[in-house]
Design a protein around this ligand. Structure first.
Ligand SMILES: NC(=O)c1ccc[n+]([C@@H]2O[C@H](COP(=O)([O-])OP(=O)(O)OC[C@H]3O[C@@H](n4cnc5c(N)ncnc54)[C@H](OP(=O)(O)O)[C@@H]3O)[C@@H](O)[C@H]2O)c1
Length: 206
């Protein structure tokens, strides 16, 4: 899959690097193209470009920007022309807390800002360093996702399974109202409750 990555930080660098190592072609959008690919990327067909070119390149586009700049970045992206947009952002506000919830979600806001995109919320509920450690067997981490387009969700499911995650379809994009609080729970457990960053959520099926 050709994947454009908007936001080459913790999340974009980690996922872009993992997908590149699995043979996907990656174009990172960076504000300063001369900075080159993120340090986390060690192999593969990767390059750095601007936001519009990364979107143009991608069959899929990963959105991994700080919440405060997300609307501005999506404005620069132009029309997505039906492309899949994987929204890994969380609408984090000071506290930390969530800037939106209950009657909308970051995912739904993103869908309103990203013209012509088929948005799937995913990869938001786990710390970025955990993407390389999905675990195995009884320890395999779940990765929750939601969206309104079945074909788009199938691509995301495949991309997550390739990384080793147990992919859990949570339904319509409006379910992002519950996936974003899940990210806050991860942050609370990891940062405030002393569990550390090497934790992940798991759906037990009995
Ligand atoms: N960190 C985590 O563990 C984690 C896990 C799951 C989800 N998330 C969510 O994923 C998103 C990204 O988190 P992150 O930790 O990867 O963020 P980050 O490392 O702080 O930043 C991501 C990248 O966004 C770009 N950026 C920053 N300011 C910008 C601006 N004004 N305009 C355009 N691009 C800008 C920067 O790339 P350049 O400098 O290359 O331009 C930066 O490296 C957030 O919404 C976060 O809540 C984070």
């Amino acid at each position: 899959v050709n994947i454009g990555v908007l936001g080459a930080g913790n999340v974009g660098g980690a996922l872009g690097g993992l997908w590149a190592a699995r043979g996907h072609r990656i174009r990172f959008a960076r504000r300063r193209v001369a900075e080159g690919v993120p340090a986390s990327v060690s192999s593969g067909d990767v390059a750095v470009t601007d936001v519009a070119a990364a979107v143009e390149f991608g069959d899929a586009v990963l959105l991994a920007t700080p919440w405060g700049v997300t609307q501005e970045v999506l404005r620069a992206a132009g029309d997505f022309g039906g492309r899949l947009l994987i929204d890994a952002t969380n609408p984090i506000a000071p506290g930390p807390s969530l800037a939106v919830g209950f009657s909308t979600s970051g995912g739904e806001e993103v869908a309103g800002w990203a013209r012509g995109a088929r948005v799937v919320k995913c990869f938001n509920s786990l710390g970025a360093d955990g993407f390389a450690r999905p675990g195995t067997g009884a320890d395999q981490a779940s990765m929750f996702y939601c969206g309104d387009d079945g074909a788009a969700k199938s691509v995301v499911r495949q991309l997550g399974e390739e990384l080793g995650f147990d992919m859990v379809d949570c339904g319509a994009l409006s379910q992002a109202r519950y996936l974003e609080p899940l990210a806050m729970l991860w942050i609370t457990l990891a940062m405030q409750q002393g569990y550390g960053r090497d934790i992940a959520m798991k759906l037990l099926r009995r």
